[in-house]
Design a protein around this ligand. Sequence first.
Ligand code: NOJ
Length: 577
Amino acid sequence: MINPSFPLLILLLLCLNTGLYQAYAQPVQRTVYFVQPEYLWYKGSIIYNVDIDAFKDSDGDGVGDFQGIIKKLDYLEWLGIDAIWLAPFQPSPMQDNGYDVSDYYGINPLFGDGGDFSEFMYEAEKRGIRVITDLVINHTSKEHPWFQQARRDKSSEYRDWYVWSEERPADWNKGMVFPGVQEETWTYDEKAGAYYFHRFYKFQPDLNMRNPEVRAEISRIIGYWLRMGVDGFRLDAVPFILEDPFSDLEDPEHDFGLLTDIRSLVQWRKGDAIILGEANVLPEENQKYFGDEANGMHLMFNFFANQHLFYALATTELQPLKSSLEETRDIPKVAQWAHFLRNHDELDLGRLTEEQRNKVYEAFGPNENMQLYNRGIRRRLAPMLGNRKQLEMAYSLLFSLPGTPVIRYGDEIGMGDDLSLEQREAVRTPMQWSDEKNAGFSRADSTIRPVIDSGPYAYQQVNVAAQKRDPNSLLNWTARIIRLRKENPEIGLGDWEILDVGSPDVLAIQYQGEGRSLIVLHNFSPAPKQIQLKGNFDTDEMINLLTDDEANKFKKGKRQITINGFGYQWYRIQNDE
Ligand code: NOJ
């Protein structure tokens, strides 16, 4: 007996043979780049920064660890994040939050061991979450055996791994990254009988990048962690890695060839691994850091736009923010900006004019204790803004800026800061999971840093468990805005334009790409504003993506919109022609 599906099969084979199939399989005509931007995972990702020591303690010693993060991966998956950026987790005396590495190939025993790390990588991958780790190669800890040998013995092979001077250099107190806390950039070491160079704290001697042995070691470190499965690196202190310490410290020369070497190695070893660079540079320097198409960084934090964004939040004056976005627009097709609001450091306002900086201080960090290094504010975003509406507006903007959003643990619940802690420790308090002991972070009696347990940001009020239950919480709102961002991939991929909508307080950005169009509106003023969309929307319908309210569906030709104080709206432009 003939199987009834047999004739169908014959028909299908005939179609495949007769060109019918070819006719339907013709690819859609589109601009072809060497690499299709939509293939680049980092263009459509949400990155979440974790300090391991403050995230979740699994063994009750008061310090977060890898088993702790593993327990929270389901939460991160639910939140919708695509990649975790792990702060340094290698062995370290922890004088600078792990940015003082004493062994590049190990795991800080406080956080677990190699087995815990590989389990974490496995569990993250299982959930489709990528892992980026900090790569701190500008300097080591003073405790690193390389430095210990270098200082002990002038003839040691490690001596030239660091930067020395027999005499005190004329610029010994110039170019400090932490002014007010740091006193010099060249420090005398008794054991070595010489001065060593350090851009950062004196316990972080700079490596000598001009030494080929050092470069070879760095390539081994990169190769090692890629083999351990990481998907890329957040490259710490990029301009300092490239600089010549013997050139003018306030305007040093840079060797961009080293960046090209790092990029080539990373990509050669793992094709889709990325470099996310920390380089707080002026727009005219961006091109050198991104390189031409594929020889610089894939992603770079947009510090320039970040500072002007805070200025806009503080003053409602939008022009500097708009200009900063325009000035940082031109980057290679395969590159991308990483946008952020706050990170694990101070809010650096060093690129603003003094007058602008003072206005931001006045609004968000009026007390001296809130300011740091003569250039920044050491607070988390929620207490800086102090109101939910503006907080939502700021995050909605972050998730709709042209680039990849990076958020910090605790941002999603609006965590606060602890100004009684030193320097940047204020924004590194333990994650607030619940209203249980130590915010559910640890069962220990004392924790690595104290949990916030008083005031409006205390863990009893601000925690994941409570916010998960409340549909209107910031946490649930964040999960929704993350989904919305993912449903609108043209934000990371498409062309964008700042629209003039007739209100100086409203930032309007239109995205176009892949036959789609989106307009996002953000009102920086506490008062409602009316805007007018110019241009030809006569054939379009505008659909408000943040509400199901029919009244917010704008039929053809309607172009006047009122936005609430600190309001934000995302509109899909639908053309039915
Ligand atoms: C930049 C990091 O973000 C910061 O936390 C650290 O102190 C310095 N680099 C030194 O590594």
